[in-house]
Design a protein around this ligand. Structure first.
Ligand code: C2E
Ligand code: CA
Ligand code: CA
Length: 747
C-alpha cells in the first residue's frame, strides 16, 4: 500500500511543481555545499521544490548568475578568495549585473565578522548569519523568508512591466494620453538638462488665441513637476501661486519670454502661432548658466514643434474635463461645475469619498483591473446620485460629489445611499471585490467659500475619518481645521527658537504578572515649554510625526533613553527597556544607524531592548517595515504591537509578522470589569496570542480587580498606574531601590 503512495502518479499535476526554486550556494568550502544539500533535501515552498546550484568561488558564482536569471536566493560566503570576495560579489550582482531580484543571504564562518548595516541596506541583503548558528531549521526559515521576498519582488516587477506595456499600447491608440506623456517627458528632459529636478509647468492653450484675444483664461496645465506636480489639468487661473500665474499669463499675452525672480516662462511658438508656455522655477540667469541660452532656445522650439506634431491641441478640452480611467469628470471639471452652480444653487453639499484599503485591491488584482474597479465605482455613484450637480474623480481612488444641500437633506440618508450602492461586490472577471467607501462632507451655505476651499473642507473631514478609523463618514467642522492648525503650531514649538520645547524622558515599569517583579521600563517622552508648562505627550508626538521631526527627536530619545537606562544600578540583566517607534521613524533610512549609534555610545546591547510599534504599520505589509523588525530581532531585540486591538484587529496577519508580543490597549482593560464584551475581546485576544506564542502585556492596569482578571487570564506582563505612573529619570534609582528593598535585606 505504502508503495502505491510513493509511486509516481500518472499525472504529475498534483505533485510538487516542475519548476523548482533555484538556490545558489556560494562557498569555497566544499563541506558547506554538502551540509546545505542535506539540510534542504526534500524541502519545498509554495508547491515548488528546491534546486541547488553550486559555486566554489565568486567567479564561478558570476558565471552561474549570468547564465540563470531566475536564481531566487543566493547564500553567499563573505570570505572566499579574499576577505571581500563575498561583498564584491553582492555588489556585482546589484550593480553590474543589475539583478535586483535574487534575494541574498550572507554567511560567514568567523563570528563577529558582521558586514556593516550600510552594506545590507545598499545591496538589499536579506539576511546575515554565522554558519555555526545556521541549524537546519534556521537555514530553511531563512531560505523560505527570502523566497517569500523573491516572490513578492517578482510579482511587483511583472505588474510594473505590464502597466508599462499597456501604457505604450494605450497611448498609441488614445492620442490624448500621448499628449500627457509628451508633456511629462518635456519637464523630465528639462530637469535632466538642468542637472537637477526643476519645478516646472507645461501649459497648453485650449484653442489658438485669436488676435487680440490672448488671455490666460483658456490655458491649462498639461504637466507639472516638482512643487507643481499636483497641478495637472488645472486651469491656469486657479493656480494659487500668484507670481507663477502672472508670469505665464504675461508670457502668453506678449508671446515672448517673461522673467521674474521666481522663474521664467518661455512661449511655445511655431509658424502657426502660440500653443502654450513652459514655466521653470529658476531665474533665467541661473538657467542660462546651467544650460546655456542657445540650448534652451533650441529645446523649447523642439518642444513647440513636437507639441504641434502630436496634433492634439483640440483634445485638450476633453483631456481637462474627462477622466481617462473612469469616464467621469475631472477635478477641474468639478471646480468649473461648482463655480457655475454656485450662483444659482446654494446651499450645496460637497462629498469627498475614497475607497477603504484601495492599496490592497491594487496589490491584489493589479493596476489594470483596479482601473476597472474605479470605473465601476464611478458608475455606481452616478446611478446612486442621478440628482448630483457634478460627480468627478479627484485622484487615485478619490471621488467628489456635488449635491444640492439644505435642511431637507439628511446626511444619514446620503451615507445610507452610498452604503447601499456598494452592498454588492463589484465583479471584475473572476474576482468579486467588496468595496467600502469613506466620505467627508462639507456643506456650503453662503457665497463666502470658494470652490477649492469647500473641497478642502470635505477633504479635512475625510482625513478625520481616515485618521480615527471609527466611522465611515464625517461632516466638516471648523474644529477639525483648528486641530490641523494646532498640530502645525505644536510642530513649530519643536523647532522654533525662543519658544522651543524642552524634551525629557519618563520611565514606566512593566511588571511580570506572576510575581510582580520589574520586567521592563517603557521610556516615554515629556515636553516642557520654556515657561515650564508640560505639553500633552500624545499631541506633541502626533505633531512631531506629521511634521517629520519625529525622526530627529527619536534619535535624541534613543541616545538619552539608552544612556539613562544603562546607568541604572541594581537592575537584573533580564530587565529590558521598551521604546516606542512611530511609523515615520520606521520608514526613515537612518533608523538603523540611529539605533546602533545610540546603543554603541551608551554601551547597551540591543538584546536589552523592546520596540513598540502600532498595528497601522503593517497595513501595507511593506518590505521596509519587515526588514527593520527582522533586523532588530536578529540583534536580540524584541518587537511588540502597541495599543493592540484599536487598529486593523485582524488576527490573521499576526502569524506572518516578525513579532514577539502584543500590548492590549488600555481601552479594553479599562472597560472589562463593567463590559462583558470588552472582557470577551480581551479573552479572545489572549487566546490567539497564546496560540501564536506571543507574549501578552496589559496596559493601563489601574485597579486590583483588573490585575486579578489579567493574572487569571495568564497574561504575561502588567503595566499601569496601579504599579507606577511614569517616573522621571532622576527618581528611578529610588524606585528601583524600594522595589529591591526586601530582597536586599534578605540577601
Ligand atoms: P503609549 O505607548 O500607549 O504609552 C502609554 C501611555 O499610557 C502613556 O501616556 C502612559 O503615561 C499612559 N498610562 C500608563 N499607565 C496608565 C494607566 O494605568 N492609566 C492611564 N489612564 N494611563 C496610563 P503618555 O506618556 O502620555 O504617552 C502617550 C503616547 O505617546 C504613548 O502611548 C506613545 O504612543 C507616544 N510616545 C511617548 N513617548 C514616545 C517616544 O519616545 N517615541 C514615540 N514614537 N512615541 C512616544
Ligand atoms: Ca507604548
Ligand atoms: Ca500603548
Amino acid at each position: 500500500m505504502s508503495m502505491d503512495f510513493l509511486a509516481p502518479p500518472k499525472s504529475k499535476s498534483h505533485r510538487v511543481s516542475d519548476t523548482p526554486w533555484k538556490i545558489l550556494v556560494v562557498d569555497d568550502d566544499p563541506d558547506v555545499h554538502d551540509v546545505t544539500r542535506i539540510a534542504v533535501d526534500g524541502c519545498e515552498f509554495d508547491g515548488r521544490s528546491f534546486q541547488l546550484l553550486h559555486a566554489l568561488s565568486a567567479q564561478e558564482a558570476r558565471e552561474l548568475l549570468s547564465e540563470h536569471d531566475d536564481i531566487a536566493v543566493a547564500l553567499v560566503d563573505v570570505v572566499m578568495e579574499n576577505d571581500t570576495a563575498g561583498l564584491g560579489l553582492v555588489s556585482w550582482i546589484r550593480s553590474e549585473l543589475g539583478n535586483s531580484f535574487t534575494r541574498l543571504i550572507l554567511r560567514t564562518g568567523q563570528p563577529g565578522y558582521a558586514p556593516q548595516t550600510d552594506v545590507i541596506m545598499k545591496f538589499d541583503v536579506d539576511g546575515y548569519a554565522e554558519k555555526a548558528e545556521l541549524s537546519r531549521t534556521k537555514l530553511i526559515t531563512a531560505i523560505v523568508t527570502a523566497l517569500r521576498g523573491y516572490k513578492l519582488v517578482r510579482s511587483l516587477e511583472s505588474n510594473r512591466q505590464k502597466l508599462k506595456k499597456l501604457n505604450a499600447q494605450f497611448s498609441a491608440i488614445v492620442e490624448k494620453n500621448a499628449l500627457n506623456e509628451f508633456a511629462d517627458l518635456v519637464l523630465k528632459n528639462f530637469s535632466e538638462l538642468a542637472g537637477e529636478p526643476v519645478d516646472g509647468l507645461l501649459c497648453g492653450m485650449e484653442s489658438s488665441p485669436k488676435a487680440g484675444a490672448a488671455g490666460s483664461s483658456n490655458v491649462r496645465v498639461l504637466a507639472g513637476s516638482g512643487m507643481f506636480a499636483d497641478k495637472l489639468d488645472l486651469p491656469l487661473d486657479i493656480i494659487g501661486e500668484d507670481l507663477v500665474r502672472k508670469c505665464v499669463s504675461e508670457c502668453i499675452a506678449k508671446m515672448s519670454e517673461y522673467s521674474t525672480s521666481q522663474g521664467v516662462a518661455l512661449p511655445l511658438l511655431t509658424r502657426n502661432g502660440l500653443s502654450g508656455a513652459i514655466f521653470i522655477g529658476l531665474p533665467i540667469s541661473v538657467l542660462n548658466e546651467k544650460i546655456g541660452s542657445e540650448i534652451i532656445r533650441l529645446f523649447v522650439s523642439n518642444v513647440a514643434l513636437g507639441y504641434e506634431k502630436t496634433g492634439l491641441l483640440e483634445h485638450i478640452r476633453n483631456l481637462a474635463y474627462v477622466d481617462r480611467t473612469t469616464g467621469q469628470s475631472t477635478f477641474s471639471g468639478f471646480l468649473e461645475a461648482f463655480q457655475s452652480q454656485v450662483m444659482a444653487e446654494r446651499p450645496l453639499l460637497v462629498i469627498h469619498c475614497d475607497i477603504q484599503r484601495f492599496r490592497f485591491i491594487v496589490d491584489g488584482i493589479g493596476d489594470e483591473k483596479a482601473g476597472a474597479v474605479l470605473k465601476q465605482t464611478g458608475n455606481r455613484l452616478s446611478q446612486t446620485f442621478p440628482d448630483a450637480l457634478a460627480i468627478a474623480r479627484k485622484e487615485k481612488d478619490e471621488f467628489l460629489i456635488l449635491l444640492k444641500g439644505g435642511l431637507h437633506v439628511r446626511i444619514q440618508d446620503i451615507v445610507a445611499r452610498i452604503e447601499d450602492a456598494f452592498q454588492d461586490p463589484i465583479a471584475i472577471e473572476e474576482n468579486q471585490i467588496s468595496l467600502k467607501l469613506r466620505c467627508g462632507i462639507a456643506s456650503v451655505e453662503g457665497a463666502e467659500c470658494s470652490a477649492e476651499e469647500c473641497v478642502r473642507h470635505a477633504s479635512i473631514a475625510l482625513n478625520d475619518v481616515r485618521q480615527k478609523g471609527l466611522t465611515n463618514h464625517a461632516v466638516f467642522h471648523p474644529l477639525m481645521q483648528e486641530a490641523a492648525l494646532e498640530r502645525l503650531r505644536l510642530a513649530s514649538l519643536l523647532t522654533g527658537k525662543g519658544a522651543q520645547a524642552e524634551f525629557s524622558l519618563n520611565y514606566q515599569p512593566i511588571m511580570q504578572a506572576s510575581d510582580e517583579a520589574i520586567a521592563s521600563f517603557e521610556a516615554l517622552m515629556r515636553f516642557r515649554t520654556a515657561s515650564g508648562a508640560m505639553l500633552n505627550t500624545t499631541r506633541m508626538i502626533e505633531a512631531a510625526e506629521t511634521s517629520g521631526l519625529i525622526v530627529e527627536i527619536g534619535a535624541w530619545m534613543f541616545r538619552s533613553a539608552f544612556t539613562e537606562f544603562n546607568r541604572l544600578k541594581g537592575l537584573s540583566e533580564r530587565v529590558r527597556l521598551n521604546v516606542n517607534l512611530s511609523p515615520r521613524q520606521v520608514q526613515a533610512n537612518r533608523i538603523y544607524k540611529d539605533i546602533e549609534d545610540a546603543a554603541a555610545s551608551a554601551g547597551l546591547g540591543l538584546d536589552r531592548l523592546v520596540f513598540e510599534v502600532t498595528e497601522g504599520l503593517f497595513v501595507n505589509n511593506d518590505q521596509v517595515t519587515l526588514s527593520l523588525l527582522t533586523w532588530l530581532r536578529s540583534k536580540g531585540a524584541k518587537v511588540v504591537i502597541d495599543d493592540f486591538g484599536t487598529g486593523y484587529s485582524s488576527f490573521s496577519y499576526l502569524r506572518k509578522l516578525p513579532l514577539d508580543g502584543i500590548k492590549i490597549d488600555r481601552s479594553f482593560i479599562m472597560n472589562m470589569e463593567q463590559d462583558p464584551d470588552a472582557l470577551a475581546v480581551v479573552r479572545s485576544i489572549i487566546a490567539v496570542a497564546k496560540a501564536l506564542d506571543l507574549s501578552i502585556t496589559a496596559e493601563g492596569v489601574e485597579t486590583a480587580d483588573q490585575r486579578k482578571i489579567m493574572q487569571e487570564q495568564q497574561c504575561d506582563f502588567l503595566q499601569g498606574y496601579l504599579f507606577a505612573k511614569p517616573i522621571p529619570s532622576t527618581e528611578l534609582d529610588g524606585f528601583i531601590n524600594a522595589a529591591n528593598g526586601p530582597d536586599l535585606a534578605a540577601g
